[in-house]
Design a protein around this ligand. Structure first.
Ligand code: 5GP
Length: 261
């Protein structure tokens, strides 16, 4: 598949055109940002790990009937995805209260929620992705009621599946962010899951120790982000147990791949 011109560059990914107008290439960068871009760095190997982890989760979701944009992983940093019209909402799913929820409402950190809580944020970096009510979505026609009902059903299914998948490997799925898009199929819009699911977009805590295995290691200056993401990948069975992946090893893996291209 030939990489065409750059269509869009986000904080962690770049989208390139291909010769097929319905397909694009999603490139995972090593850039890490937090707090609305105020904190920025590059963490070598992060993109490689997120590419693999997201591919694994989206392929598994596809097998349980959750339609999503992933076509196939191309190499260490790129995947072919279906071009969709992204709904400009970040769907936040919470099983345990932490992060912005605890700050906003004074809820004790770590409170287990009786039911999964879905929150909506407007996808707008300039405004800092503000929390919105479902009514805002209809008032400003960011999506219609039918689409949101469908998305909510998909979210609960995704959450159930992911809680079980992570529980099986000794990880608690605390919360995560999802994005959805519209795909034209036979002239009709279909809602499919888009973006990525990775330790960049989820909070993942070790079941026994509560050790953070996600982007909070960067947000909270805890260090060792690559070993944490590697641990997630190893437990998911993506990387072999014996491979001692460090930032250096991941970089080596990506450069070996580049030389082989
Ligand atoms: P919080 O609202 O507590 O900051 O985040 C809730 C969950 O959504 C966390 O798992 C966090 O990683 C994810 N999340 C929310 N907004 C974003 C975003 O703009 N980018 C990424 N990568 N994750 C987000």
């Amino acid at each position: 598949m030939k990489k065409g011109k750059r269509l869009y560059e986000g904080k962690a990914k770049i989208i390139y055109a291909t010769q097929d107008k319905d397909l694009v290439i999603q490139y995972f960068k090593d850039d890490a940002t937090a707090f609305n871009n105020q904190k920025k760095t590059t963490i070598e190997g992060k993109g490689v790990l997120n590419n693999r982890i997201s591919e694994h989760i989206l392929s598994n979701l596809s097998q349980i009937g959750i339609k999503n944009h992933l076509v196939k992983r191309l190499n260490m940093r790129e995947q072919v995805i279906k071009l969709v019209e992204i709904i400009p909402i970040e769907f936040i799913v919470r099983n345990v209260a932490t992060g912005s929820l605890t700050k906003r409402l004074g809820i004790e950190d770590g409170t287990v929620l009786k039911e999964p809580l879905i929150e909506y944020c407007l996808k707008d970096d300039k405004l800092g992705d503000p929390l919105i009510a479902e009514e805002h979505i209809y008032a400003f026609e960011w999506a219609n009621k039918k689409e949101i009902e469908k998305i909510k059903k998909m979210i609960l299914r995704i959450n159930d599946f992911m809680i079980g998948m992570f529980r099986g490997i000794g990880i608690k799925l605390i919360d995560f962010k999802l994005e959805f898009g519209r795909l034209k199929v036979n002239g009709k819009n279909e809602i499919i899951l888009a973006d990525e699911i990775s330790p960049d977009t989820c909070r993942l805590w070790d079941s026994i120790t509560d050790k953070k295995l996600d982007k909070d290691r960067f947000r909270k200056d805890l260090g060792d982000l690559i070993p944490a993401y590697t641990e997630v990948a190893k437990r998911l069975g993506i990387l072999h147990e014996q491979s001692n992946v460090s930032a250096v090893n991941v970089t080596q893996l990506s450069s070996v791949k580049k030389k082989n291209k």
